[in-house]
Design a protein around this ligand. Structure first.
Ligand SMILES: Nc1nc2c(ncn2[C@@H]2O[C@H](COP(=O)(O)OP(=O)(O)OP(=O)(O)O)[C@@H](O)[C@H]2O)c(=O)[nH]1
Ligand SMILES: [Mg+2]
Length: 347
């Protein structure tokens, strides 16, 4: 199986990453410092690199503009699982601004070189060009903006499959979250091979944040450890498959939980991938993307907060991001007529 390098980005991405690696260790009979508890069982080699004396190190990079989240992980029981070089941070957060996360020269000066070095070192240890997993929120400045920056670098230098686990903001998240979300979405449309959408707006009504992370991690572990795990390489010509925005269904505490609020009237499913406990559905009726886009358009029409939000950006990027998001939703609407449609009712 293709080796996979996982990059957790921003606070949310690193919280999900921490839970994910903890669960991967449990699943593979590793201690939280990566030592094998049952030497006859090996963890999946696409996720872990084997070092001397039955120690396994995640193929992982932990990235944040703000050093606080990474310090928490480093000081936790998971701290020794990752080598010191895996932690890459700036000196202050992106302040909920996509522009800061993506373009702030002070931030890029601190993170760009170590990030590129770490990716290269991981890639050199892989048999073939690795795939990448990116975990992040779309509501935060780092989660949206720095993820966009990473996506551009990966596309330029590696041109391989990139899977995103992207957390959509809840309605009462920061007021500029719709800007971050739609600006970030533009880069996902452009460069990601597959996006698993986790909708905080929908899930926070049912679960606490810790539980959402456990639930998210469970899906990710189920997918990546499955024999069936695969992501198609991003392909510009494949009209449907470049629109890979999935939601999932997983068994969670005896109930089937879905990761996103889908249409009230039932979702049009273009593609279904079954990983056993977790099923992915490629469906364009993820309501919160629509809601975020409506809020984006309303705010941008009035130019609300644009001045403070777009310090490092051209306003044209807002216009383009809105157009791309509308186009994405329209493409999904057209899929209604497609032969791939099964009209399976999700809820
Ligand atoms: N599911 C989930 N959502 C989270 C978590 N932490 C933060 N969020 C959500 O993420 C969004 C805020 O983004 P963060 O990830 O905190 O921000 P960031 O990427 O660190 O960016 P800046 O702090 O602006 O530099 C909001 O929608 C939060 O509710 C988490 O652990 N799990
Ligand atoms: Mg932060």
């Amino acid at each position: 199986m293709h080796e996979t390098v996982t990059i957790s980005i921003g606070e949310c991405g690193n919280n999900i990453g921490a839970q994910f690696w903890r669960d991967c260790c449990t699943q593979s009979d590793l201690s939280v410092s990566g030592h094998s508890l049952h030497p006859q069982v090996s963890p999946p080699s696409h996720l872990f690199e084997e070092q001397v004396s039955s120690r396994f190190v995640p193929r992982a990079i932990l990235l944040d503009s703000d050093p606080g989240t990474l310090a928490n992980i480093r000081n936790s029981d998971l701290g020794f699982l990752f080598p010191p070089s895996a932690y890459i941070s700036g000196s202050y957060g992106a302040g909920n601004s996509f522009g800061n996360g993506c373009y702030d020269p002070d931030l890029l000066e601190l993170i760009q070189e170590p990030l590129q070095n770490q990716i290269r070192i991981h890639a050199e240890k892989c048999d073939q060009t690795p795939n990448f997993n990116l975990f992040h929120s779309l509501g935060g400045g780092t989660g949206s903006g720095t993820t966009a920056f990473v996506l551009m670098r990966l596309k330029e230098e590696y041109n391989t499959s990139v899977f995103n686990c992207s957390v959509l903001p809840e309605p009462d998240a920061c007021v500029v979250s719709p800007y971050n979300c739609i600006l970030g979405l533009n880069y996902l449309i452009e460069s990601s091979s597959a996006v698993l959408c986790i909708d905080n707006g929908y899930l926070t009504a049912k679960l606490g944040i810790g539980e959402i992370n456990q639930y998210t991690s469970r899906q990710l572990v189920g997918m990546f450890e499955s024999e069936k795990w695969w992501i198609p390489k991003y392909d510009q010509d494949a009209a449907y498959y470049q629109r890979h925005f999935y939601h999932s269904e997983t068994m969670w505490k005896g109930e089937i939980v879905t990761s996103c609020l889908v249409s009230d009237t039932g979702a049009k499913v273009i593609q279904e991938i079954d990983f056993g406990n977790t099923k992915l559905y490629n469906s364009g009726v993820i309501q919160s993307i629509k809601q975020q886009l409506d809020r984006f358009d309303l705010m941008f029409k009035r130019k609300s907060f644009v001045y403070g939000h777009s310090k490092c950006m051209d306003e044209f990027e807002y216009v383009e991001a809105s157009e791309r998001a509308h186009e994405l939703l329209e493409i999904y609407e057209k899929c209604e007529d497609s032969t791939l449609t099964t009209n399976k009712q999700i809820e």
